[in-house]
Design a protein around this ligand. Structure first.
Ligand code: 3MF
Ligand code: MG
Ligand code: MG
Length: 410
């Protein structure tokens, strides 16, 4: 039987209730989760897609985050301020309105980011050959630092989506990287001045890599490339610059995201993390966290919990194109948060699991071979222990689906 239009929202609400397992807003607020303006307000548009949803102004996004229990909000400058109003009195007015909306909904601005990919001024990237484009970029980046301090943010993120090309040969990559560094340096230098004036800490400036899309070749395609860039000597304040890896961006080039995060952590640069889901070696589908790779996600969170990652988890996903504005509010955002919290808590259980603990300890203890120079003796002494790797993997699966608590199918 067709579901009449006026019955559809009640049906969605009833089935959401029935599905259960959701956390209260107060519980959700205990986690360092941010909801980006652009994710909540995503209208369903893309290269081959016209919008399917209504625009959502920041007042409504911030109100919804407050009601759902997402404690932080993040934004690009142009998500909330029209390009031609940036750096004018209009910007001051809008930022004041944002501050008031955050305050009245009990939401905090954790991160600001400069949009350097959508407006045609950035058609040749923020580090284009034309000097006036680069001067404008430096002003925009510095302006975002000002907005960040005004709104109380602690992080600034930079995704250089157009720093590259469709067709190679026309630009010299080494030159482009030097110019890109000039922009980041301008932001850091501005930050040092503003932070001092306001008696605040400087922001954490986080670089976000993506292997391709919108341009086919991005010059800084992976988190590892970003790490090399940070330590290249081109930055005047490398200590102020770290990473914002995105789960799917690493998967897009075929990485083990967990290993990419481990490398960033070892460099002391894992500061901010965009969370979502999708498929390896495909485009940036930005699905909600845990919907495709829950076991991989569990493993990622085990790593982060084991190493006391304390940065934000930014819900950089796109509510599916067919979802209504009500669906974004009622299903997309709350369920993404709840899957994240569930996986985070399960990760805690896995870390404390006695089977995994004993297996890991045994692997580290080794078999105690006596002949230190004999490959055969060492191999023989350890022969049975390596089976524990697969047992650990099975145990993680059991913990993920609750089988360690006795759930079996008859
Ligand atoms: C693109 C992204 C971006 C960045 C954002 C923050 C629109 O794939 O992931 O989201 O996260 O620009 O700098
Ligand atoms: Mg992102
Ligand atoms: Mg993405």
């Amino acid at each position: 039987m067709p579901i009449a239009r006026d019955q559809q929202i009640p049906l969605v609400d009833r089935l959401s209730e029935l599905s259960g397992g959701s956390y209260s807003p107060d519980v959700r607020r205990k986690y360092f989760i941010s909801g980006p303006q652009w994710a909540y307000a995503y209208e369903g548009h893309a290269l081959f897609h016209a919008p399917t949803r209504e625009p959502v102004p920041f007042e409504e996004v911030i109100r919804a985050l407050g009601e759902i229990g997402i404690p932080c909000w993040a934004t690009h400058d142009t998500d909330v301020i029209p390009t031609n109003d940036l750096m004018t009195d209009r910007q001051t007015e809008i930022v004041a309105r944002i501050g008031a909306a955050l305050k009245s909904n009990g939401v905090r601005c954790s991160m600001v980011t400069c949009e350097t990919f959508h407006h045609p001024v950035f058609a040749a990237s923020s580090a284009a050959e034309a000097p006036e484009v680069r001067e404008y970029s430096a002003r925009r980046l510095s302006n975002v630092v000002d907005i960040g301090h005004e709104l109380g943010a602690n992080f600034a993120v930079y995704w250089p989506g157009t720093l590259g090309y469709m067709i190679q040969g026309a630009i010299d990559e080494t030159q482009t990287l030097r110019w890109f560094a000039d922009g980041i340096n301008a932001a850091c230098e501005r930050d040092i001045i503003v932070a001092k004036e306001r008696g605040r800490d400087t922001l954490k400036h986080c670089l976000e890599a993506k292997p391709f899309e919108p341009v086919s070749q991005i010059i800084l395609p992976t988190s590892d490339a970003m790490l090399a860039f940070i330590s290249s000597g081109l930055l005047t304040h490398p200590e102020m610059v770290g990473l914002n890896p995105e789960y799917l961006h690493e998967l897009m080039w075929g990485a083990a995201c967990r290993a990419a995060l481990a490398r960033a952590m070892l460099c002391g640069k894992l500061w901010h993390f965009d969370i979502n889901d999708g498929y390896p070696l495909k485009h940036d589908v930005d699905l909600g966290v845990g919907l495709v790779n829950p076991l991989d996600w569990l493993n990622v969170l085990i790593l982060l919990r084991s190493h006391n990652y304390e940065g934000p988890f930014n819900l950089d996903f796109k509510p599916p194109r067919t979802t209504s504005n009500h669906g974004v509010f009622k299903i997309s955002f709350p369920t993404a948060v709840d899957r994240f919290i569930t996986l985070w808590e399960i990760a805690g259980e896995a870390i404390d699991d006695p089977v995994i603990k004993q297996a890991t300890d045994a692997l580290k203890a080794g078999g105690g071979a006596s002949g230190a120079d004999s490959a055969d003796d060492i191999f023989a002494a350890n022969r049975e222990l390596l089976s524990l790797h697969e047992l650990i993997a099975h145990r993680l699966f059991q913990i993920l689906i609750g089988q360690h608590k006795g759930r079996i199918f008859g």
